[in-house]
Design a protein around this ligand. Structure first.
Ligand SMILES: NC(=O)c1ccc[n+]([C@@H]2O[C@H](COP(=O)([O-])OP(=O)(O)OC[C@H]3O[C@@H](n4cnc5c(N)ncnc54)[C@H](O)[C@@H]3O)[C@@H](O)[C@H]2O)c1
Ligand SMILES: Nc1nc(=O)c(N)c(NC[C@H](O)[C@H](O)[C@H](O)COP(=O)(O)O)[nH]1
Length: 259
């Protein structure tokens, strides 16, 4: 059997991300949302105890960085921010005369655990990155807020669920839209992926995710690794959009369906 055709990352993304291929206004109450992550053959996104793993090969990691250029915001949870100290920029792309668009780093952090000595704050301070936005609960500690603001972080209070402490995704998305973010790439980690995949908009009853792009790396992590999904959350049903191969990895693009 012939091997599946490999595609170049930019063309593949343009073919599966509607907001890139045919620019349109997003809904009024949210940005276009792309959910993306990399997993092993056994569905793990990190190692034992959350150890950060480089699952993606060079080619698919390059695709992730292209994807970052195609979104105005890039969102991770505070678990990922503290564990991985990410930069969320496009530094792997080939140097070119015209700078690549950089997404705004956005962190869901109910209780303001974000650290001001992280790379996102450092990159912003040295002129090498966009200002990080930290979305927190309206009840978050004002002293922590002031200290992060003094370090250059933009703090955005949003509604939270009093039972779980998690930020209300309808409010998160509608506030980001009001702040001008028209496209959002959600990069993880486990709890954030699960929340977005199981979320249904309170106004439409539909998923707030437009595209799901998963990199599958040919490796096993084992039972102690962190799964892509939090147990107990029911993910959306999805329809297949397209699949391709990048280097040794498989890339699967889907979209949530209503049935
Ligand atoms: N392979 C990948 O693609 C990938 C991507 C990102 C992160 N990771 C890995 O994921 C792990 C971190 O995942 P995690 O689950 O611990 O943390 P996470 O990044 O999902 O952050 C979860 C935290 O965000 C906060 N939060 C606020 N509102 C929320 C909401 N509505 N829904 C969910 N969370 C909300 C909560 O405090 C919660 O504890 C790390 O090990 C990291 O290396 C892997
Ligand atoms: N595509 C992808 N392949 C991986 O193998 C992997 N571990 C991640 N993980 C995403 C997670 O959000 C990380 O924290 C950021 O990838 C770090 O971001 P930077 O590289 O610092 O910009 N993402």
């Amino acid at each position: 059997m012939a091997a599946p055709a490999a595609s170049d990352p930019e063309s593949f993304l343009k073919s599966v991300l509607n907001h890139v291929s045919s620019p349109a206004e997003p809904p009024q109450n949210r940005p276009f949302v792309t959910l993306t992550y990399a997993q092993s053959l056994d569905g793990k996104i990190a190692g034992k105890g959350g150890k950060q793993l480089i699952l993606s090969g060079n080619e698919s990691m390059l695709m992730t960085h292209w994807m970052r250029t195609m979104h105005e915001g890039i969102l991770v949870g505070i678990g990922t921010a503290l564990n991985d100290d990410p930069q969320l920029n496009t530094r792997r792309l080939p140097v070119r005369a015209e700078p690549y668009p950089q997404p705004i780093p956005i962190i869901l952090d109910s209780q303001l655990r974000f650290r001001s000595n992280c790379k996102l704050v450092g990159n912003y301070g040295s002129g090498n990155g966009r200002q990080p936005w930290v979305l927190c609960s309206e009840e978050a500690d004002p002293k922590k807020r002031e200290s992060l603001e003094n370090a250059g972080v933009k703090i955005v209070p949003v509604k939270s669920n009093p039972q779980t402490g998690k930020l209300d995704l309808d409010d998160v998305l509608s506030i980001l839209r009001k702040l001008g973010v028209k496209s959002l790439m959600v990069e993880g980690g486990q709890q954030v992926i699960s929340s977005f995949l199981s979320h249904k908009s309170s106004s439409t009853g539909k998923s707030a995710v437009d595209s799901i792009i998963v990199t599958v790396a040919p490796t096993y992590v084992g039972n102690e690794g962190v799964g892509a999904l939090d147990e107990g959350q029911l993910p959306a049903k999805v329809a297949h959009v397209s699949s391709t191969v990048m280097g040794r990895d498989s890339i699967v693009a889907c979209r949530p369906t209503e049935s």
